[in-house]
Design a protein around this ligand. Structure first.
Ligand code: GLU
Length: 442
């Protein structure tokens, strides 16, 4: 029988991690991104009322698969990579979330990313649970052929647990439409039919959706613009600093620029640039494509990676990786508004520091939900084999992001909490309501 012991019976670690045995991956001496997520769940628990009875559901991923991915390299040798697929929760529908290729991918990171997908999908009310995958490899070191073999073998290995009605991968850091085409083809070959709905973020020619490639950046813009209007900050001439110039950061910068904002700083893996007069993101992108770096862009000066955080700006958009905003830089941030394009860019202690300074943070689980929202549209279109126009996609995306933002902002005002806690209150309540209604099997 499952009982919840009185708080007095719990050790401090049990209070933090849950009433029952602490699984090895929650070892507090070896914390990773999952610890950040657990801290966020901790903060929301007092607002969950009777549903707090089920809160441990949110702390434990439903299913974790770790796979060995062996492939032939171009030089004839065999390399082994470690791959993961974590299905954090499926209470509200199939697991859903991207696949990341990065040299620093760990199980803790994929667990956290999968949990944030659960919260994100519930926050914008998509009929999904949360999942995430990853392979620990530096894609810059491998040829297209090698990456194709890695992707196909990984897809085959996780093929046991993915599927259009089970778990639907999508792009994330260093993966894109071509990766999804290989995944769709591999899964389809294995099941003996063309199953377009097994992944989203595919090329449009293979059942992908118009508007998907800009969707995350577009959602960042919609959420950011809504926040600016609540804070009385004009869009015209607003000074924006962007960290990350990939699928999310580049699109967000471009769309903010199109709406009259000024992109004053960009940081990516190649360096950091600043221009008081403003950077045209389209010109920065052509420069990056031509030279392989954002450095050397005319009219922009190079600054150090660390200086980026203290640059004068109104809005900061971290759109790269986790744990970027920490106690080492949060105090220097000049922006009044942070819009999290990345997943998990702010550690909880920095969140507190920013809240204390009066900085508003639009959290990842709301700000970057535009990508998975258009993934949902893609999945629906694949099921019905009927495709919408780009205008229809963008209009529906804008509406979902705007409505979600406004109702979550109201929750924040009502409870007097940060926007992150407000989003967690709504999302965790939705997940645990589904959990409570379904009950435990057997
Ligand atoms: N990787 C994206 C995210 O973190 C998109 C996930 C999806 O479309 O399923 O939200």
């Amino acid at each position: 029988m499952t009982t919840t012991p009185e708080p007095a019976n719990l050790t401090p670690d049990q209070k933090k991690y849950g009433a029952h045995d602490i699984p090895s991956y929650l070892d507090p001496n070896n914390i990773g991104p999952y610890e950040i997520y657990l801290e966020q769940v901790e903060r929301v628990t007092p607002y969950l009322g009777k549903l707090a009875y089920w809160v441990e559901t949110l702390k434990r991923p439903k299913r974790i698969l770790v796979v060995d991915v062996p492939v032939h390299l171009d030089d004839g040798s065999v390399a082994h990579f470690e791959g993961y697929r974590v299905q954090h929760n499926t209470s509200r529908g199939p697991a859903k979330g991207g696949v990341r290729y990065h040299q620093d991918v760990t199980l803790s990171e994929v667990m956290a990313l999968s949990a944030w997908m659960t919260v994100k999908n519930a926050a914008v009310n998509l009929p999904y649970g949360g999942g995430k995958g990853g392979i620990r490899l530096d894609p810059r070191k491998y040829s297209q052929g090698e990456l194709e073999r890695v992707t196909r073998r990984y897809t085959s290995e996780i093929g046991l647990i993915i599927g259009p009605e089970k778990d639907i991968p999508a792009p994330d850091v260093n993966t894109g439409p071509q990766t999804m085409a290989w995944m769709m083809d591999t899964y389809s070959m294995n099941v003996g039919r063309t199953a377009t709905g097994v992944v989203t973020g595919k090329p449009v020619a293979l059942g992908g959706s118009l508007g998907r490639s800009d969707a995350t950046g577009r959602g960042v813009f919609v959420a950011g613009a809504e926040a600016m209007s609540k804070l009385g900050m004009p869009l015209e001439g607003a000074r924006i600093a962007v960290q990350g110039f990939g699928n999310v950061g580049e699109a967000a910068a471009r769309i903010f620029h199109e709406h009259g904002a000024k992109i004053v700083a960009i940081q990516d893996v190649t360096g950091t640039i600043y221009s008081d007069a403003g950077i045209n993101p389209a010109v920065a992108l052509s420069h990056l494509r031509a030279t392989g770096s954002i450095l050397g862009l005319s009219g922009a000066e190079e600054v150090t990676r660390d200086e980026f955080w203290g640059l004068p700006c109104d809005v900061l958009i971290p759109a790269a990786l986790e744990k970027q905003i920490t106690l080492a830089n949060a105090g220097r941030i000049q922006a009044r508004l942070i819009v999290e394009g990345a997943n998990g860019p702010t550690i909880p202690a920095a969140d507190d520091l920013l809240a204390g300074k009066g900085v508003t943070v639009v959290p990842d689980v709301l700000a970057n939900a535009g990508g998975v929202t258009v993934s949902y549209f893609e999945w629906v279109q694949d099921f019905s084999s009927y495709f919408w126009t780009e205008d229809q996609i963008n209009e529906r995306l804008d509406r979902i992001m705007r409505d979600a933002f406004r109702s979550l902002w109201d929750v924040k005002e009502r409870h007097g909490v940060t926007l992150r806690t407000a989003v967690y209150i709504v999302a965790c309540t939705r997940v645990l309501e589904a959990r409570a209604l379904r009950g435990l099997y057997p």
